[in-house]
Design a protein around this ligand. Structure first.
Ligand SMILES: Cc1cc2nc3c(=O)[nH]c(=O)nc-3n(C[C@H](O)[C@H](O)[C@H](O)COP(=O)(O)OP(=O)(O)OC[C@H]3O[C@@H](n4cnc5c(N)ncnc54)[C@H](O)[C@@H]3O)c2cc1C
Length: 313
């Protein structure tokens, strides 16, 4: 039966959940304090990779479900999704291919020409890359095409502030869930990136054994990262940009490029893992939570949204 549903949040979690609900015939509206480039989602890489998320038995299942949906979306040129080889490196020793990466065809890098001199070892895996400059607009358009409505600049202090005509509420507030539902388990993991001119590096390069470093070539630019600090400061830190540029240039063995833009986002890391769960609000209405994706909100997005759809039924 069709429901009247309010989705709180217009990041990747809110948009993806809202799309599936609207495309399954539910009257769905998004309410969000911030939309588009002001969200954490707009600051992301955003490459498929389970990174910086709390423990959860379902996480890899959601990630692999998402992988397949994104792989299909590569056939739609409007989506901004493409497949890219991601090379994951270690500075400290022999890297192990994670169990989940094996069925996806991950291969150990052997040739010295494939391992920049800054690293000791690495593996390669083909993964979906979402160009956020294109993908978030694609999601918003797809939601509107399914009849969904988006209301920006709306901040709720509590879930019960959602009008009573909505019989189901979906909480996709990201780090905002810390105050919206008083979840003390959420930690703000601040991330900063620098966008630099497009360059032909052929693959995405990632090293997370400290200092976090990545270079992700996209359609019109390249994302240099990154940082991961316990902080909810959204102001740009010029010293962090300087460190990012220095490390990426050192690894890629290039001169420091110009900076086109800098972005900051707050990864919603939840110590006990991503929360996808149906509960009741104080006024008796149902709420489905979908937040706490840490550094992997894009990676889990379609799997979590499908779980929301199942819980809504
Ligand atoms: C630098 C960086 C790089 C990253 N790289 C990757 C990557 O490569 N791959 C990957 O999978 N993930 C990556 N991530 C993580 C990913 O960006 C997040 O997990 C994801 O964006 C979380 O999405 P979300 O929709 O849950 O939250 P958000 O994008 O933060 O959206 C939350 C929404 O809720 C709204 N909201 C919050 N509180 C309220 C309220 N009280 N009332 C109304 N509205 C409210 C906000 O305004 C916003 O619209 C990265 C993150 C950062 C910062």
């Amino acid at each position: 039966m069709a429901k009247t549903i309010a989705v709180i949040g217009a990041g990747v979690s809110g948009l993806t959940s809202a799309i599936l609900l609207a495309e399954h015939g539910h009257r769905t509206a998004i309410f969000a304090e911030e939309i588009g480039p002001r969200t954490t989602s707009a600051a992301a890489g955003a490459i498929w990779y389970p990174y910086d998320a709390g423990p959860s038995a379902s996480a890899i299942v959601w990630a692999l479900e998402t992988y397949r949906v994104l792989q299909d979306l590569t056939h739609d040129p409007r989506s901004g999704v493409s497949m890219i080889e991601q090379r994951v490196y270690s500075r400290s020793g022999e890297i192990e291919i994670p169990t989940w990466a094996q069925p996806l065809g991950a291969r150990q890098l052997q040739a010295r020409s494939e391992i920049p001199s800054a690293f000791l070892s690495g593996f390669a895996i083909d993964v979906p890359l979402m160009d956020t400059a294109i993908y978030l607009d694609y999601l918003a358009r797809r939601f509107a095409a399914a009849g969904g409505l988006t209301n920006a600049d709306v901040r709720f202090e509590k879930l019960e502030d959602v009008e009573v005509k909505f019989d189901l509420v979906i909480n996709c507030a990201g780090i905002g869930a810390r105050t919206l539902v008083h979840d003390p388990d959420l930690e703000p993991h601040r991330g900063q990136v620098a966008l630099v001119p497009k360059m032909e590096i052929g693959c995405a390069i990632v090293c997370d054994d400290g200092p976090l470093m990545y270079a992700i070539p996209r359609t019109n630019d390249c994302v240099f990262g990154g940082t991961n600090d316990l902080s909810d400061d959204r102001a740009i830190d010029p010293a962090a940009t300087a460190r990012i540029l220095a490390e990426c240039s050192r690894v890629l063995e290039i001169n420091k490029p110009d900076v086109l833009a800098e972005r900051v986002g707050i990864r919603p890391f939840r110590r006990s893992g991503v929360r996808v769960e149906r509960t009741e609000m104080r006024d008796g209405r149902a709420v489905i939570h979908n937040y706490g994706h840490g550094g992997a909100g894009f990676t889990f997005s379609w799997g979590c949204a499908r779980e929301v759809l199942r819980l809504a039924a």
